[in-house]
Design a protein around this ligand. Structure first.
Ligand SMILES: C[S@@+](CC[C@H](N)C(=O)[O-])C[C@H]1O[C@@H](n2cnc3c(N)ncnc32)[C@H](O)[C@@H]1O
Length: 263
């Protein structure tokens, strides 16, 4: 399961080598070198299909920056953080407390690959064991970011997580991404997921309906991913052509939905 980290990290390092990167994440490259001592000698080819994962990261970064600009006293819960360097990329002011949470083994790896930082706490726990919520400060705005995490949770676990967070904080923003029901149902045959020995556990055809789970939660909007202008503007020409073709396949453009809620 934790191996699902490496394709995302690889995509970010490939982006970082573009002349005009989408994310421009030097920390991803640093983490990759720590994980793979031969990294600099490898031939990576020119396929940049993973760039779509970089677009997803950029959409979450942009939403996070705008929330933190309005709420400089916020606590950030970055759930299923993996080796993502969002806290360094967004570089929030010292008034923000940032919590990166993932399984203990991933958090240990993070400690080895990424530098420590003030007002930044690592929590090694399953996101579904909600005792971690008790360790967090209450009474201030919260920003919850769950990038590439939700499909790996069961629907009851996701529901418990979202409703518990809304109950615990006075106000906040929750940003996450989901896959549709067909992608969930067929995930056991997905070659990439099989290679990593995992599968999806939930899917939603209309992720806006997650707002119905709590009376204080409301759906705000969705960010584009496969047809994001930044992807079609910055990806190398060959990759751009591949995405234009893929977007013609029914259901493809919305095979991941990046959505934002407020309460
Ligand atoms: C596809 S990776 C995405 C990592 C990171 N958010 C990113 O976008 O680079 C999924 C992450 O979710 C974590 N994860 C999955 N289920 C989890 C759970 N129940 N509790 C904590 N972390 C979980 C995995 O360990 C992994 O780091």
């Amino acid at each position: 399961m934790q191996k699902t980290l490496s394709p995302v990290l690889r995509a970010k390092t490939l982006d970082n080598r573009l002349p005009d990167p989408i994310l421009g994440d030097d920390h991803a490259e640093q983490a990759m070198r720590r994980l793979d001592p031969d990294y600099d000698n490898r031939a990576f080819g020119t396929s940049q299909l993973g760039l779509v994962a970089v677009v997803r990261a950029k959409a979450h970064d942009d939403w996070a920056r705008s929330f933190l600009a309005d709420h400089p006293d916020a606590a950030v819960l970055h759930l299923g953080c993996g080796l993502d360097a969002r806290v360094y990329r967004t570089d929030p002011p010292a008034t923000v407390d940032w919590y990166d949470l993932d399984y203990p083994a991933v958090i240990e790896l993070r400690r080895q690959c990424l530098p420590p930082r003030e007002h930044h706490t690592l929590i090694g726990s399953s996101v579904t064991d909600l005792t971690w919520l008790e360790r967090l400060p209450r009474g201030r705005p919260v920003l919850v970011i769950a990038e590439g995490l939700v499909p790996y949770l069961t629907e009851p676990d996701l529901r418990r997580l979202l409703t518990s967070v809304v109950d615990a904080f006075p106000t906040g923003q929750i940003q996450l991404d989901t896959v549709p029901v067909w992608a969930w149902r067929t995930s056991k045959w997905d070659p990439t997921l099989r290679r990593y020995g995992t599968r999806f556990r939930c899917g939603f055809n209309d992720p806006a309906t997650l707002a119905d789970w709590h009376p204080r939660l409301r759906y705000v909007d969705e960010a584009p991913m496969y047809d994001a202008p930044v992807l079609l503007a910055k990806a190398p020409a060959r990759t751009r052509r591949m995405y234009r073709l893929l977007n013609l396949v029914p259901g493809m453009k919305r095979s991941t939905r990046i959505v934002r809620f407020r309460f």
